[in-house]
Design a protein. Structure first.
Ligand code: UFG
Length: 332
């Protein structure tokens, strides 16, 4: 067991719960703060300590940092639905930007020197050059992306002013579930393609809508870089090691596999894995969707010893499907 512990905010949520597993499997002690608004207490591995509360509750956060000898923060807590951020921007500037400001301040006050931030490809907006590299212009096209970019900016400025370093990991399209079946995407009201497709494959929906068939892509449907959530979680553990080994350096890295699949290719993969045919309904574009978003992942590959273990669309789909079946059994 390593010295001290890692504070994971949002550790009861989809990506956070996988990061908790990766940290525990790597021998870290973990304390989670989660308000359980979209997360689930059962998603937190029993080896971790769960503190129920808000990251903007300074007294709670600081007591947790001190009581658990916290050495680093992994910050996942926040709101993540892009269209909701357009209709209710202040929710995103509160839950993502303002709450992060409180959390960062607590880290500085408590002498927690390392911070890993869950950022997003949405900070790039509609990139002009794909694959998109980290030094591309960050011009978000929705409040979700802007709320995350503002947090990246705060971290940059805080790292320049204090003994503090950070790594902003910019996620592309996260999907799949823990291969051992310990966690997965569980929040209701999914908007993400692979989650929707496995819901359809398990009879929870009768079809999948294809949002747009006239993009300038190989088959006209949107292309994305899907990354397995367990590979993403592993990247966080490597980033933590780097921040601790080189405390004067901060980093911003894309997290993706560096190649894209179209909506139709994803649905083909679901059909292959289930050996059935999903009902696909071609429809208009969804507002605000870029045609193609693929990571240039050369920086993360050059900087971290991270190497993807589950870079295979069928594997991502089959892990997502296994978790969806597990949820169906649980909910009867
Ligand atoms: N899509 C469909 N039908 C659906 C759902 C999605 O055709 O029912 C399409 C979308 O139009 C898009 C692709 O599938 O082309 C992927 O869509 P998702 O909703 O799964 O994911 P997004 O690419 O829209 O969103 C992801 C992250 C966000 C992040 C964004 C950056 O989930 O957090 O990338 O652009 F902000």
């Amino acid at each position: 067991m390593r010295e001290g512990s890692i504070l994971v905010t949002g550790g009861a949520g989809y990506i956070g719960s996988h990061a908790v597993l990766a940290l525990l499997d790597a021998g870290w002690r973990v304390v989670v703060i989660d308000n359980l608004v979209t997360g689930f207490d059962w998603a937190v591995d029993s080896r971790a300590t769960l503190v129920k509360g808000a990251i903007e509750d300074d007294a709670l956060v600081r007591a947790t940092m001190r009581d658990h000898d916290v050495r680093a923060v992994m910050h996942f807590a926040g709101s993540v639905v892009v269209p909701e951020s357009v209709s209710d921007p202040l929710k995103y500037y509160r839950n993502n930007t303002a709450a992060s400001r409180s959390l960062i301040e607590s880290a500085v006050v408590c002498g927690v020197k390392h911070f890993i931030f869950s950022s997003t490809a949405a900070t790039y907006g509609t990139p002009e050059i794909v694959p998109v590299a980290e030094d591309s212009p960050q011009v978000p096209i929705n409040p979700y992306g802007m709320s995350k970019l503002m947090t990246e900016t705060m971290l940059r400025d805080v790292a320049a002013a204090h003994r503090f370093n950070y790594c902003a990991l910019r996620y592309f399209n996260v999907a799949g579930a823990d291969p051992q079946g310990r966690s997965g995407q569980s929040t209701a009201g999914a908007t993400h393609l692979i989650k929707i497709a496995v819901e359809a494959a398990t009879g929870k929906r009768d079809h999948v809508s294809v949002f747009g068939t006239d993009y300038d892509t190989r088959d006209g449907t949107g292309v994305r870089d899907y990354i397995h959530v367990s590979d993403l979680a592993a990247a966080h553990v490597h980033a933590l090691d780097l921040l601790m080994a080189r405390p004067t350096e901060s980093h911003r890295m894309n997290c993706g596999y560096g190649r894209g699949y179209s909506v139709l290719e994803v649905l083909d993969a679901v059909d292959r894995v289930t050996n059935r045919k999903l009902d696909r309904r071609m429809g208009p574009r969804r507002a605000g969707d870029p045609g193609e978003l693929v990571a240039d992942n050369s920086r993360i590959l050059a900087t971290l010893p991270w190497r993807p273990q589950r870079d295979d669309l069928d594997l991502i789909v089959s892990d997502a499907l296994a978790w969806e079946r597990k949820l169906s059994e649980r909910d009867g």
